[in-house]
Design a protein around this ligand. Structure first.
Ligand code: NAD
Length: 503
């Protein structure tokens, strides 16, 4: 039910807040209380048209803005992000549910991409070859694409938009962000900070909405490229529809990330990593570990160590003044879906070692709580192994050998992240070479690449060729052009119908 303290979150178009064109709205809740705190407009065709038109108009000037100007805006934006860390993190926690310290970590990883984008003059440098033929020089440049769209998921409402926006804008494009309708505040704050940093109106627009808004953007003739991050079925849809419309697309999908623990691993470190990566952000991370593959006799030693650490976790409101490790799940519907997988796992015959269903948090009866759940003896034919659950449900699978373990990972349709825990350098080397996964950690459970590398999975975790941010981000948001120049000697004349060759 809507109450009086519910605020309306508008679109950000042409450098100002713009109300939705229709009364179509979605509720935004605080996961720790279960209360509706905001409503967000769901864009219809006219709103989509206005956002794209604003970005298309702004492109004409922004593509010609000097690198000095673009860099100046980016440096100011970076400073504003730094000064507004707490505000951004609070917006994340209040609508997503993750704990404040974790939200601060998310903000930091976003800031790092803005810092990388500050180096855009260096990143956009082309190559030049003089004298490729007599009086002829050749050089290459990378030019912006035009209006670029970013469609982002609920689980990183600041960091994932930041994977895209600074890179796209620094490269000279204009941008329309369609954030998740579940936690839209983070995207709006980024737009306000960019505006304060001096970004001209229209270069960054934020359009709220659901499938209708997304499909409107995918079909719009003035949109040149689409960056998407979200679940695999939607990523596939985005890729197919947008490429059919002739757009450049990178669509990052879901995940099922395996963590191998070899018999020689430090069990304490492996248990720390499994608990941190399995239950951090209540498992709502695309790089969360959801499957621990215990090799040889590891399971009997590892499970008690995981249980001991998990039992010490404090669950509560993300903004609590007291220390909490894990917050609420994003919505009641998502909590119920994750919880139903625990029921399913039991009926499939897995051993439920820890059951987080039905937990209560004092003073917060309406929150979307689900405590950590741990399954042992999970097998590859079970749905709880095959599906992305995206919650605090960790599965332990037991295999006899390393060969079985890598076969398991490589047979899985997802290929986002993976990790191996071992003290055997040779085994780790084999693993990083042979595993069919885009991001690999060796004794590192959540190997999210730094801003100067690039992020992306393989197989059903990424549709398209290019990973996000870093050098791959520059490549995605620009188009290559080769220029051949002749400033002839005035004495040289003559028609030549032959195919150009160096002479
Ligand atoms: P989602 O796929 O439901 O939504 C992502 C975006 O797509 C949202 O903006 C949403 O409004 C839009 N959308 C939803 N349904 C749509 C439809 N039918 N047509 C068009 N657009 C639609 O994902 P989510 O639940 O917000 O986020 C969680 C998912 O994102 C998980 O699967 C997670 O693994 C994935 N994820 C992946 C990465 C990665 O880097 N690979 C990073 C973060 C999250």
């Amino acid at each position: 039910m809507t109450n009086r303290s519910v605020i309306t979150i508008d679109h950000w178009i042409d450098g100002r807040r713009v109300a939705n064109g229709t009364d179509d709205r979605a509720p935004v809740t605080n996961p720790a209380t279960g209360e509706q705190i905001a409503e967000v407009g769901l864009a219809a065709a006219a709103d989509v048209g206005a956002a794209v038109a604003s970005a298309a108009t702004a492109f004409a000037q922004w593509r010609d803005a000097s690198l000095a100007k673009r860099t100046e805006v980016m440096f100011r934006f970076r400073q504003l992000l730094d000064a507004n860390r707490d505000r951004l993190a609070e917006a994340i926690t209040t609508q997503h549910g993750k704990v404040f310290a974790d939200a601060l970590g998310e903000v930091q990883r976003g800031i790092e991409v803005a810092e990388f984008a500050c180096g855009i003059p260096h990143l956009l440098r082309g190559e030049m070859t003089p004298d490729v033929s007599t009086s002829v020089d050749a050089f290459s440049v990378r030019q912006p694409l035009g209006v670029v769209v970013g469609i982002t998921p609920f689980n990183f409402p600041v960091m994932v938009p930041m994977w895209m926006i600074p890179m796209a804008i620094a490269c000279g494009n204009t941008f329309v962000l369609k954030p998740s309708e579940k936690d839209p505040a983070g995207g709006m704050l980024l737009a306000e900070l960019f505006s304060e940093a001096g970004l001209p109106p229209g270069v960054l627009n934020v359009l709220h909405g659901d499938a209708a808004a997304v499909n409107g953007l995918l079909d719009h003739p003035d949109v040149s490229a689409v960056s998407f991050v979200g679940s695999t079925p939607i990523a596939k849809h985005i890729y197919q529809r947008a490429t059919a419309n002739g757009k450049r697309v990178q669509a990052l999908g879901g995940a099922k990330n395996h963590m191998l623990v070899l018999p020689d691993a430090d069990i304490g470190q492996a248990a720390d990593a499994a608990v941190s990566a399995g239950y951090g952000s209540a498992g709502e991370r695309c790089m969360a570990i959801s499957v621990v593959v215990a090799v040889g006799d590891v399971g009997d030693r590892l499970i008690p160590a995981i249980v001991e650490r998990t039992n010490a976790l404090r669950i509560g409101p993300g903004m609590s003044a007291e220390a909490v490790d894990m917050g609420a799940l994003v919505t009641a519907a998502h909590r119920d879906r994750v919880s139903s997988y625990v029921d399913l796992g039991l009926s499939e015959g897995a051993d439920l070692v820890l059951d987080g269903r039905g937990i209560s948090v004092e003073g917060h009866p309406g929150g979307f709580w689900l405590g950590p759940c741990l399954f042992d003896h999970v097998t590859a034919d079970m749905k709880i192994y095959q599906d992305e659950i995206f919650g605090p449900v960790l599965a332990v699978m037991r295999v006899e050998t390393y060969a079985e373990a890598i076969e398991l990972v490589n047979s899985n349709p997802y290929g986002n992240g993976t990790a191996i825990f071992t003290n055997d350098g040779g085994a780790a080397r084999l693993f990083q070479r042979d595993v069919q996964v885009g991001m690999v950690g060796i004794n590192v459970p959540i190997p999210v690449p730094m801003a100067y590398h690039s992020f992306g999975g393989w197989k059903d975790s990424l549709f398209g060729d290019t990973h996000v941010y870093g050098a791959e981000g520059v490549k995605f948001y620009t188009r290559y052009k080769a220029v051949t120049v002749r400033w002839p000697d005035p004495s040289e004349r003559g028609v030549d119908l032959g195919f150009p060759q160096a002479r």
